[in-house]
Design a protein around this ligand. Structure first.
Ligand code: ZN
Length: 466
């Protein structure tokens, strides 16, 4: 990894996302090692700071790196393999058989491909939702170390073969034994948590209702408290989750989660499309976090999560891209736009979820959900140097009337010019510094074809190919 002790990024339009949400014209950010040491007008920062590397950010927006709060690294390789089908068929007939055919090398290459896409579209930190042993945890953690990203890796824990009310539907290649999943999570936590200068964290990835017994939920929540480990889980993603919980436990999903000890600031629930007002109040009271995934939820017709209602109730909600077969991209800038517009249409109210709130969800709220608000999510002296530069010298971003509006409503990941994580330049002028893009693309194309062949699934465009 190229290493420089200090960087001065100057003459840019800085969105600080600090307490008062200051925007600096002709602003500069001074980086020493892995931290921001000064942030102010360029003339003031230049006065007493000499840098090894200077980056001219004229015509650029400088903002905190984006936090993707719900990602499946292993699904980058199977993008477009499960379009326009229902969630259960999506899982049972496509995603599970494909992922159930993975080798460790497939898992590693898919993670590299996914991180390549994330870096190129401005994501600097992500929460991986559920890694199966067959993807090879060590290889994936090494890939995170190599790319330079900040990654929270969740290892699947499970002990049943169901999904919500559908029993015994799990593909055999996706099954894991209870003891093995818990032990492996703890082993990975021991080996990787805090590694790479703190860039890698490890947490529990509880599979879902129907795939975990109440006993397992209780055991994992106790371990999470004892060892101060985070957890994540898909919950209330589809209406069937609620129907299943009411039938099996006589409770709503969030009420059941409270009963087995899952609620609290260590938990990030992905999706949360179908909570009732009582469940929303419970999430707020217990400071449980939510990852909103609007592309995935709309494409799979799961529904539209009541995000303005959750935010109003005091629930911390971040944003997630989910995966290659559900979104099908890992571009948080595009995800911000959908989050900002879809609720306006649902509630017939153009005032809900303004651009500023969408950007907060993609930065500071995501950081808070991961317990990292003290280090990332905004640009402030003392915080980690995780930041991105967006090139605004483009037709769709000109004239620069309002940078927040332009970022959320007009920009896309391709506009990201430079990415810095932990004080290291990962991409400059869209060229990757830590990995070879061509090599990853070549390897991913080959492995993607091999996985489909191994799973024995015929995936063709619906239109005839001449
Ligand atoms: Zn997911």
């Amino acid at each position: 990894m190229p290493s420089q002790a200090s960087i001065l990024i100057h003459s840019g339009l800085v969105l600080t996302l600090d307490q008062s949400r200051r925007i600096l014209r002709d602003g500069a950010v001074a980086v020493q090692d892995d931290r921001i040491v000064k942030i102010d007008k360029t003339t003031l920062v230049r006065k007493d700071f000499r840098a090894d590397v200077e980056i001219d950010a004229s015509h650029m927006i400088i903002l905190p790196g984006l936090v993707d709060l719900h990602v499946h690294l292993a699904q980058a390789l199977i993008r477009g393999c499960a379009d326009d089908v229902s969630l259960i068929a999506w899982l049972r007939d496509r995603v599970w058989p494909l992922q159930g055919s993975y080798t460790h090398e497939d898992g590693r290459v898919s993670a590299l491909l996914c991180m390549l896409e994330m870096i190129k579209s401005g994501t600097t930190t992500f929460l991986e939702a559920m890694l199966h042993s067959r993807y090879g945890f060590d290889g994936i953690a090494e890939a995170v170390e190599r790319t330079g990203m900040r990654g929270v890796l969740s290892k699947i824990v499970m002990d049943q073969a169901g999904y919500a009310g559908s029993e015994q539907i799990m593909h055999p290649g996706m099954m894991e034994e209870k003891e093995a999943t818990v032990n492996e999570t703890l082993r990975m936590h021991g080996g990787w948590n805090g590694k790479a200068n703190g860039r890698i964290q490890v947490r529990f990835g509880l599979r879902s209702l129907g795939a975990c017994s109440p006993t397992l939920f209780r055991e994992v929540s106790a371990l999470s408290r004892e060892r101060d480990m985070g957890m994540t889980m898909h919950l209330n993603e589809v209406r069937e989750d609620g129907e299943f919980a009411e039938r099996a436990f006589r409770k709503r999903p969030v009420e059941f989660a409270e009963e087995v000890g899952l609620l609290g600031p260590r938990m990030v629930f992905a999706h949360m499309v179908w909570p009732n007002p009582g469940e929303i109040a419970l999430l707020a009271k217990t400071q449980t976090h939510v990852a909103h995934c609007p592309s995935s939820n709309t494409k799979l017709a799961s529904g539209i999560a009541p995000v303005p209602e959750m935010l109003r109730a005091g629930v911390n909600v971040g944003l997630g891209c989910d995966g290659g077969p559900s979104n099908n991209s890992y571009d948080m800038i595009r995800e911000m736009k959908l989050a900002a517009v879809v609720h306006k249409a649902r509630l017939l109210d153009p005032l809900v979820l303004p651009a500023e709130e969408a950007l907060e969800m993609a930065t500071i709220r995501g950081a808070r959900a991961l317990g990292m608000e003290g280090d990332i999510g905004s640009l402030e002296a003392g915080k980690k140097a995780d930041l991105i530069l967006v090139d605004s010298n483009r037709p769709h971003l000109t004239p620069m009337t309002n940078p927040v509006s332009h970022l959320v409503y007009a920009a896309c990941g391709e506009d990201v010019h430079t990415v810095i994580v932990d004080g290291q330049i990962l991409m400059r002028n869209r060229v990757l510094a830590t990995v070879n893009e061509e090599d990853i693309l070549k390897e991913a194309a080959k492995r993607g074809r091999e996985v489909i062949a191994r799973a024995g699934i015929d995936i063709q465009p619906r239109w005839p190919i001449a």
